[in-house]
Design a protein around this ligand. Structure first.
Ligand code: NAP
Length: 352
């Protein structure tokens, strides 16, 4: 079941010629170049790259799958192309399996591998684009599950010292599409591996309407198993979300806003149809896609950028869009949503 430990491979970074093209390394498919780039196949290569004289004084940026970034210009720094591989069961006790995956592993392939190995628990997060190392940064979530709920620890290298640091889940300070690594830790640490705790007591998490409907349509008596949930998530996502290999995008472009109860009550007076979900703390989460749709943005086009016709939360590159096109479209949407609902939309991907 185990493959090579990510830290056990030893090699040097692979350096590329100056002006390295990044189009194949971001799911929006935006054209931009990096002043310098190197590929990281081993933890040792990471420290070596950061100490290399060519990197001195340069800002660094780690690109895994590039599924949560908008490239707005050429990057005048060093791009580290994260290619650390390896996944293995590190430990098992009576209650759970502990599974480690290196940062460069493809997220969806990793989820599929855990299921094939008989370790359910990540199936709701199937088909999310990107790599394992990117998952904790924005605490990826879908269909009622966040990766934070399955995260045991995150291994990272401190950029300035090269020190290897293990963060437990509490130290990761996970929030809604948020973590320590998206804020204070952003320029400081490079994630090299993540360990997941997959509980043996498994229950399907099929409360989201789209998922419940897809499971119903597929039939089957009794509770669905993890494979059925995985297949249903894949089917729903394929039906609703654009495949970045066909139509460039970075998944949800905005976070769902969470507002205070009095603001929500006032808003519902004016907008009785508003789609909302009350949170445990009494605040209310609004569906950003619904707000955008109500402002008439679904399917609209701005030069080569557009709002996806089946999901208003996803901005797409119709071919040749620049980061500036995407951001201009996002700004126009934000303006209209704020004007009508008095709610500020926050961008999910990082602009570079
Ligand atoms: P959806 O099912 O059309 O629902 C719209 C929004 O309402 C979702 O964003 C979801 O919030 C919320 N929601 C729906 N049912 C809910 C429930 N039973 N309890 C609480 N909140 C509920 O959403 P969708 O756009 O097709 O996406 C489905 C799932 O995949 C969502 O969880 C979404 O976050 C996730 N997703 C994430 C990305 C990304 O790039 N981050 C991209 C695509 C899809 P939440 O977002 O808080 O779940």
């Amino acid at each position: 079941m185990s493959t090579a430990h990510p830290a056990a491979i030893d090699s040097s970074p692979v350096w590329f010629a100056a002006g390295y093209p990044l189009r194949a390394h971001n799911t929006f498919g935006i054209e931009a170049r990096a002043r310098l780039a190197c590929r990281i196949d081993a933890e040792a290569a990471l420290t070596e790259a950061m100490r290399d004289p060519r990197a001195a004084g340069l800002t660094t940026f780690v690109l895994g799958g590039g599924s949560n970034v908008v490239l707005t210009r050429d990057f005048d720094g060093l791009v580290l192309l994260m290619a650390l591989r390896g996944r293995r069961v590190v430990r098992e006790d009576a209650d759970a399996w502990y599974v480690e995956a290196a940062a460069g592993e493809n997220w969806h392939d990793f989820v599929a591998w855990t299921l094939e190995a008989g370790m359910p628990g990540l199936e709701n997060l199937a088909l999310i684009p990107g790599t394992v190392g990117a998952a904790p940064i924005q605490n990826i979530g879908a269909y009622g599950l966040e990766m934070a709920e399955r995260c045991a620890s995150v291994r990272a290298i401190e950029a300035t010292t090269g020190a290897v640091v293990e963060f437990d889940a509490a130290q990761c300070a996970f929030g809604y599409r948020d973590s320590f690594f998206k804020r204070e830790g952003r320029a400081r640490y490079v994630i090299t591996a993540v360990t997941f705790r997959l509980p043996k007591a498994w229950q399907p998490n099929a409360g989201y309407a789209d998922l419940a409907r897809a499971l119903d349509e597929r039939g089957g008596a009794g509770e669905p198993d993890a494979r059925a949930v995985f297949d249903a998530v894949v089917a729903v996502r394929r039906a609703k979300l654009p495949d970045p290999r066909v139509l460039g995008n970075a998944g949800s472009f905005f976070k769902n806003p969470v507002i205070e109860a009095p603001q929500f009550d006032a808003l519902r007076e004016r907008e009785p149809q508003i789609v909302s979900y009350r949170q445990a703390d009494g605040r209310v989460k609004l569906a950003a896609g619904w707000l955008i749709d109500q402002c008439g943005w679904k399917g609209r086009v701005l030069r080569a950028a557009a709002v996806h016709e089946r999901q208003a939360l996803v901005l797409v590159n119709r071919g040749g869009a620049t980061g500036a096109d995407i951001l201009e479209l996002a700004q126009a949407i934000r303006h209209d949503v704020e004007a009508r609902f008095g709610v500020a939309l926050e961008q999910e991907p990082v602009s570079l």
